[in-house]
Design a protein. Structure first.
Ligand code: AMP
Ligand code: ZN
Length: 810
């Protein structure tokens, strides 16, 4: 096989695997095998750039940078949709349609995906362009970014028309969104608010390699173009599917508005099981000929109607407003709610965003509030039920001092957030910075989790991230402490609360040994632990025998429970009650203490008042949301090893790890590429900083203030002493064939311009941005501007084509 055939066949094969995996959700080879094949193709294409292809599967990994997104006019306008909210609205619509159309009308019902709309143009089966909706008339060219979305076919299959546009929605499925947020929280960043905004934000990232890492999907719903040979909307969905697009199977044909309503009712409930966000149903007149007759209003097609699902709302009580301090010192107020079911999950907390929001809602502790789960993952409080406000309620006073370190808070003009300015002394800021430092995209120190960092800080082993590099195995072995899980352990009357499922599980240990799953099932069928006595029918799978033992145990000890000490609400029981049940008072007097805190547990353990105290400790870990963290000697060794290994991380990761406010991975990379060493970055002026890609004025001043902070200078000196990389490592070159040559590239090429530039660098050449006497070659692409040509001729600069450039590499 020739190299060319080999490349083509690999491309073909990988395309099919992408399709199996991302469109059909049915992979036929392992991820590893796929990666190996992709690597092989990458190598071949790098060695033989003349056979590369802008739509090769290798382009999925991204790399192209878009500084300014070009505005493109849509060939066919992208309309909005009219909305309806009730059966009546839909019936009205049908009446209007019947006035304009004779005979029966069929409808296609589809889900309304909540993401960012996109228009894809295909020519001869290849993806030519991807443009955002913009204002409907023109949008932004985001082709480089969209190419990285694996469910967007770069090359179509089957019997497709030579040219058409296809519209769809780019969505971020929950699973991927949650994972992205977990990673962000791990490094102390604010989580993203909702999948929709994150999806549309992703399309406008400058670095397509970043987009490639996001698990976006593209769901298609509309084909436009002329002479397509399609007669109905439903048929167009089937065709699109056959050409390789991802078209969800939920779509259904309906012969009447009643059937449409059935579809709506079904999905209003079922949508909660979908992997991505939907906010309604789109009903479309099925016949394209009917669609033509109906036409458009100024804003929307007359032949389509969106039916919006109602956002689910519940009311609950605001127990307490607490305040969290982030890694940057930003304060976020949090509403702690009486747990309540909403859209399939139990909601306990909601963000209140900032002081303005609290003032706007005039929200107070003790208020009954309405909570809604719309597009946001974190539920929102929309309003206060003033009729239920307690008579003694007083307006919420926003805190003036940091809840963690008591420093007075500041609020910069124009900023919504309050900040704790105690950069060097505020615990969550210090710990947050260390967590960020060790996170995967920064120093990637494995084996050192969130809990361990807190443990090390708690025992005064690390006060900033440079201390990590001076830790000795001996001094960290055997450290331990109790950790609070902020998500649970809801407090009322200062008592720790235990989720009912966990309580049942804990109680049954040693007697019935119910599994955690079965305990949760029982918990679901009661709302109060005492209701267990009345339970008539056991949840499926729960063994009668084990359940009877649980009842037995409850009975045996129930007389010891004092009512004053007992309460439970909304699926929670008090920890004290639980302990009373498990260890009745006559055997252990320790539980007369009213509230149970960590110190108490620790004290109890150290006093050795419990005969089998390990069991007791286990019990607490099992039933409460308290966790114990500790470092065993084997772990200690691993941790020290991982810390040492991290010294090899390249400069760009080190710079990112430092945690300068708003310097993300991309900015860190750009700074490193520009300055090459930390020393020259430290000396940089404001103007030099702002001249760099992605570095705006506020980031520039953050950088300056970071390095002018004396504590930071000391920390950096220690990191240098430890041997971290503060300079760019010299890259290994593929060849030195272009050594000493300066290139300017201009116009369009068969491969992305950035890839071309990369080839130049990999072979020892240098890219310069503008023509001068020192330019060795101008590589001329399609549509190069005439002024460039003139300037090159004037300066006697050699102009070569893309092909001639490849010849230089031979
Ligand atoms: P709106 O933004 O509320 O005017 O709704 C119109 C938008 O809904 C369109 O621009 C699409 O991006 C989006 N949409 C989501 N799913 C569909 C679908 N199945 N058919 C048509 N439009 C859809
Ligand atoms: Zn503070």
């Amino acid at each position: 096989m020739t190299i060319k055939d080999q490349i083509k066949s690999l491309q073909e094969e990988l395309r099919q695997h992408n399709y199996n995996y991302y469109v059909l959700d049915n992979p036929t080879i392992s991820d590893y095998e796929f990666d190996m094949k992709l690597k092989k193709l990458q190598e071949l294409e790098a060695k033989h750039p003349e056979f590369a292809d802008a739509n090769s599967p290798t382009q999925r990994v991204g790399g192209a940078i878009t500084k300014n997104f070009e505005t493109v006019k849509h060939e066919h306008r992208m309309y909005s949709l009219d909305n309806s909210y009730s059966k009546e609205d839909l019936l009205d619509w049908e009446t209007r349609l019947k006035k304009m159309i004779d005979g029966p009308i069929q409808f296609t019902c589809e889900l309304k995906y909540d993401g960012a709309s996109i228009s894809l143009t295909y020519e001869n089966g290849s993806l030519l362009r991807a443009v955002t909706r913009g204002d409907g008339v023109q949008g932004d060219d985001v082709t480089a970014n969209v190419k990285t979305i694996k469910s967007v076919p770069l090359q179509l299959k089957g019997d497709y028309p030579p040219k058409f546009d296809i519209r769809g929605e780019i969505v971020l499925p929950f699973e991927g969104f949650n994972k992205m947020n977990e990673e962000r929280e791990e490094i102390g960043e604010e989580p993203y608010r909702n999948p929709r905004n994150t999806a549309s934000g992703s399309l406008k990232l400058q670095d397509s390699a970043e987009v490639a890492k996001r698990p976006l999907e593209c769901l298609l719903y509309n084909i436009t173009g002329s002479n397509l040979g399609i007669k109905t909307q439903f048929e167009s969905l089937e065709k699109a599917r056959a050409w390789g697009f991802k078209v969800p199977n939920a779509a259904k044909l309906a012969n009447s508005i009643d059937e449409v309503l059935e579809f709506v009712e079904y999905w209003d409930v079922k949508r909660h099981d979908l992997p991505y966000e939907t906010d309604g149903v789109v009903v479309k007149v099925n016949s394209l000929q009917h669609q033509d007759e109906l036409g458009y209003t100024a804003k929307a097609p007359r032949w389509a109607m969106a039916y919006k699902f109602k956002a689910e709302q519940v009311s609950t009580i605001l127990l307490e407003i607490t305040y969290q301090v982030g890694r940057t010192g930003a304060i976020t107020p949090v509403a702690n709610l009486e747990p309540v079911e909403l859209a399939g999950t139990t909601v306990k907390r909601a963000s209140l965003h900032n002081a303005d929001q609290i003032e706007k809602l005039d929200i107070r502790e003790g208020d009954t509030v309405f909570v809604e789960k719309g597009g946001e993952i974190i539920p929102k409080i929309i309003a206060v039920d003033l009729s239920k406000r307690p008579s003694n309620s007083t307006p919420t006073q926003y805190i003036t001092h940091c809840p963690e370190c008591e420093t007075e808070l500041i609020r910069q003009a124009g900023e919504a957030q309050h900040y704790c300015p105690n950069y060097n002394g505020c615990k969550p800021q210090i710990i947050g910075r260390i967590q960020h430092f060790i996170s995967r995209k920064a120093m990637d120190i494995d084996g050192l989790g969130k809990g361990t960092v807190e443990l090390l800080f708690h025992h005064d082993k690390v006060n900033n991230y440079s201390d990590l590099y001076f830790l000795k195995q001996k001094e960290i072995e055997g450290l331990r402490m109790w950790l609070d899980n902020p998500d649970a352990g809801l407090k009322k009357n200062n008592q720790l609360q235990v989720p009912l499922g966990k309580a049942i599980f804990g109680l049954s240990q040693g007697w019935g040994n119910l599994s955690r799953t079965h305990s949760d099932l029982i918990a679901e069928s009661v709302s109060d632990i005492m209701e267990i006595f009345n339970l008539k029918k056991l949840p499926e799978g729960v063994e009668e025998r084990k359940f009877e033992r649980l009842i037995d145990m409850l009975n045996k000890t129930i007389h010891t429970v004092e009512l004053s000490n007992y309460y439970s609400f909304s699926d929670y029981v008090s920890f004290n009650l639980l302990l009373d049940l498990k260890y009745p008072k006559d055997t252990l007097d320790l539980f007369e203490i009213n509230s149970l805190d960590i110190d108490f547990i620790d004290e109890a353990l150290s006093l050795n008042r419990f005969k089998r105290h390990e069991k007791f400790e286990d019990f607490i870990v099992k039933v409460s949301d308290r966790n114990r963290v500790g470092i065993q000697s084997k772990n200690a060794e691993k941790i020290i090893e991982a810390i040492q290994t991290s010294k090899k991380r390249p400069f760009e990761n080190v710079l990112y790890a430092l945690g300068i406010r708003d310097v993300g991975e991309v900015s860190a990379k750009n700074l490193v590429n520009h300055f090459l060493t930390l020393d020259s970055l430290v000396e940089a002026s404001f103007d030099e900083l702002t001249s760099i890609r992605d570095i705006g004025e506020s980031v520039a001043s953050n950088i300056l203030s970071f390095f002018s902070n004396e504590a930071n200078s000391k920390i950096i000196a220690r990191l240098k002493e430890a041997g971290l990389n503060f300079e760019v490592e010299k890259k290994e070159l593929l060849s030195e064939k272009l050594k000493g040559l300066n290139f300017v590239v201009s116009g369009k090429f068969s491969i992305e311009r950035n890839v071309l530039k990369k080839i130049i660098e990999e072979n020892g050449g240098k890219n310069v941005s503008s023509l001068s006497k020192n330019t060795s070659y101008l590589i001329v692409g399609e549509n190069m501007g005439p002024s460039k040509k003139e300037k090159a001729e004037k300066n006697d600069i050699k102009m070569i084509s893309e092909e001639e450039f490849y010849d230089l590499l031979k």
